[in-house]
Design a protein around this ligand. Sequence first.
Ligand code: ACO
Length: 362
Amino acid sequence: MKNGLEDVIAAETQLSDVDGAAGRLIIRGVSLDNLVYNGTFESVAALLLDRLVECPVDRDQLKTLLGAARKDLFAYVANVDPAIIALPPVDALRAMIAQLPDGEDFDAALRLMAATAVFLPAILRLQANKIPVAPDETLSQSADILRMHSDRMPSPDQVAALDAYLVTISDHGLNASTFASRVIASTRAGLTSSVVAAISALKGPLHGGAPGPVLDMFDAIGSAENAERWIINALDGGERLMGFGHRVYRVRDPRADALKQALRRLTASGEVDRHRIDLAEAIEGAALAILKQRKPHRPLDVNVEFYTALLLDALGFPREAFTGVFAIGRTVGWIAHAREQALNGRLIRPRSVYIGPLPQAA
Ligand code: ACO
């Protein structure tokens, strides 16, 4: 048995390759660096879904279809149960997604991608006692998410920063939530069921639930001079440093640098306080030195969640919503994997070793 299925190969995929030794991520033959500088949500979605659903490969066509789908899905917002809005944002998102019909085709995929984008901003506004903002179907997915959340037209730099984030986190090998999506798909349950299961896996603090706590850490540390003392205390108390470590990467997570670049561009345009990046760099430096000393047997470096926290904060999302924003970007990866599994895979059904008591002899 391999605890945590570490290094177990459970699927063949053409979608993404995570090279943990080299710190490299490839999505459908394109390296993350290239994808993130030229890409938008629509372009990476078209790339990931190509030939897995009858997907228009043209990103402009996808933009139009997503806009229309967002507009249709806004009807769900008007009828949302107040008990759902009382839940934490990612739980509310999961509950709203669970209301959508299951399906395997392009319409089902489109509906799920559009639904995450419409539902999360609406949930956040309702939780803040504000009226939800209706989608603008002429906008790109990223521009509309920002507008539906803030009720202001975002700047081109803000849209580019959210696109960089959504592209960066669109797919990442057989992580826990993607595996959950594939397990459900292997039973032929449908794409909504896969996405609901994947959101459930994503929300845990060891996976997509980390960036909120990363921001809590930044706030608790407060200044560069406090970093070392705070980190030592946290580790002495048996805590893990959120935003550090990864099951596959033994070097720096390349997504961390892609997001750091996006944050720098936002800073250059005057939309982020430069001191936030300075503090992040000081915390990163102190943490890496201390982790190296404390865990010499296990290379631990920065992961995607570290700079996610700063980027989503700079874009105006509250920290409780970070995991939900992650779900907006990762939904397309979950759908692509679910389709790949349904088309090429078998029922996923591993075995366990029984270590419990045996029946008493009569
Ligand atoms: N801080 C301190 N120590 C750590 C950390 C950390 N962030 N991560 C791992 N370690 C230590 C463990 O304590 C353990 O030490 P030991 O061998 O002395 O007991 C050793 O490194 C190995 O830890 P595992 O739990 O076996 O590593 P695993 O591969 O299961 O964990 C994980 C990967 C869950 C990401 C882990 O590094 C972690 O908890 N990180 C913090 C949470 C986080 O940032 N999650 C986001 C991940 S990225 C994503 O999912 C989108």
